[in-house]
Design a protein around this ligand. Structure first.
Ligand SMILES: *Cc1c(COP(=O)(O)O)cnc(C)c1O
Length: 225
């Protein structure tokens, strides 16, 4: 039997508070301040009835993986919010992405760096940027390889005037995530990047132990998609 919208709304507020508490606990467990870890609530594919109670509870940072879907959901409602693009970005969507998002986490190739740099120049709007690293070197997954990361970050800075604030990864399914989080932290440290976007519903506590400064949590907050 399907849950009624009312039930799912009550559930998402409760689940949201639980995730916030688990983040605080995981931070404290490794001597970090809870405020040092930002929850990016991943609202992709979720019905508004699941999102509204989380907004009402005070959450202001949301993640989306598709530009058009995000604009449909958040246009006219984005005032005071911080919206993160966490899905692959085609360079022909760079204009919309720069207009609409506050943070773009999936910078992973020069063509996209060039397109974003052009739009930033044109629009005078400068979204915060993360470089996505394909730590598991999975052929189907976006992201620069670990071997190419240093050169790519250098090219972003030198050739495109972009200043990424951190790195993002999505570890392979069915593998322990810890080594991937450790690798991302190592690449960030040697490139002078202070921020790490890593950890999802199944592994955000592990990610916090490895230094995540933001975790991207969808289903544990809003329910299954
Ligand atoms: C969907 C998605 C998430 C959230 O995944 P959950 O397992 O639902 O928490 C996080 N990061 C990215 C890049 C995603 O696409």
């Amino acid at each position: 039997m399907a849950a009624s919208p009312l039930d799912s709304a009550a559930d998402s507020a409760k689940a949201y508070h639980e995730v916030v508490a688990r983040i605080a606990h995981a931070a404290q467990a490794c001597g970090r301040a809870p405020a040092d870890v930002t929850l990016v609530a991943v609202s992709k594919q979720q019905p508004w009835e699941a999102i509204e109670p989380v907004l009402a509870a005070g959450q202001t940072v949301f993640g989306e993986n598709r530009v058009q879907e995000a604009m449909g959901r958040w246009e006219g409602r984005a005032e005071g919010l911080t919206l993160h693009l966490i899905g692959p970005l085609q360079s022909n969507k760079a204009r919309e992405a720069v207009t609409f998002f506050d943070v773009i986490e999936t910078l992973d190739r020069e063509k996209l760096a060039r397109a974003l740099a052009e739009e930033i120049q044109k629009q005078g709007r400068r979204p915060r940027l993360y470089v996505q690293v394909n730590t598991g070197e999975e052929p189907q997954k976006a992201g620069v390889t670990p071997q190419a990361a240093d050169a790519f970050i250098a090219a972003c800075r030198r050739d495109y005037g972009l200043e990424p604030e951190g790195l993002m990864c999505i570890p392979p399914m069915g593998e322990p995530a810890g080594p991937h989080f450790a690798l991302l932290a190592k690449i960030a440290a040697r490139n002078g990047l202070a921020r790490l976007s890593m950890g999802m519903s199944g592994d955000f506590e592990t990610a916090i132990a490895f230094g995540a400064t933001s975790v991207r949590v969808g289903s544990a907050v809003f329910g299954a998609r």
